[in-house]
Ligand binder design. Structure first.
Ligand code: SF4
Ligand code: SF4
Length: 115
């Protein structure tokens, strides 16, 4: 599959979804890069740091009014996120394993009363 054939990441967001609290490891360097956002977006389990999870996705993941998925810390995102290249094998595996989750969450949110 060529990257051009894939959904843009904004229309996907799959690799930011997980039900594991230890899904996105955050190194000391990652945490420094997150700067002021680190306190809100990361948690420690023992002496290991991870991105905080919100429901079944990373807490940094934001859904726009247009129903697109964007990383709220994109420029400061951890190394493990930078290494997952759109169109690569890991991206394909993510979409294969969890592709239904973002649309499921959008559908759920659409049914909830706003406010
Ligand atoms: S890297 Fe792949 S799985 Fe992650 S948001 Fe982009 S297209 Fe989706
Ligand atoms: S930091 Fe950003 S790119 Fe990484 S999992 Fe969280 S929302 Fe996705």
């Amino acid at each position: 599959v060529q990257p051009s054939e894939l959904q843009e990441c904004l229309d996907c967001g799959v690799c930011c979804f997980s039900r594991l609290d230890t899904y996105v490891p955050v190194t000391g360097g990652d945490r420094a890069r997150l700067g002021a956002q680190a306190e809100a977006l990361t948690v420690f389990t023992g002496n290991r740091c991870y991105m905080r999870m919100d429901g079944d996705h990373c807490a940094a993941l934001q859904c726009t009014d247009e129903g697109q998925w964007a990383c709220g810390a994109y420029a400061q995102r951890p190394a493990v996120c930078r290494e997952l290249v759109r169109g690569g094998a890991a991206c394909a595996a993510e979409r294969e394993q969890k592709g239904e989750r973002p649309p499921q969450l959008l559908a759920l949110q659409a049914r909830l009363p706003s406010g």
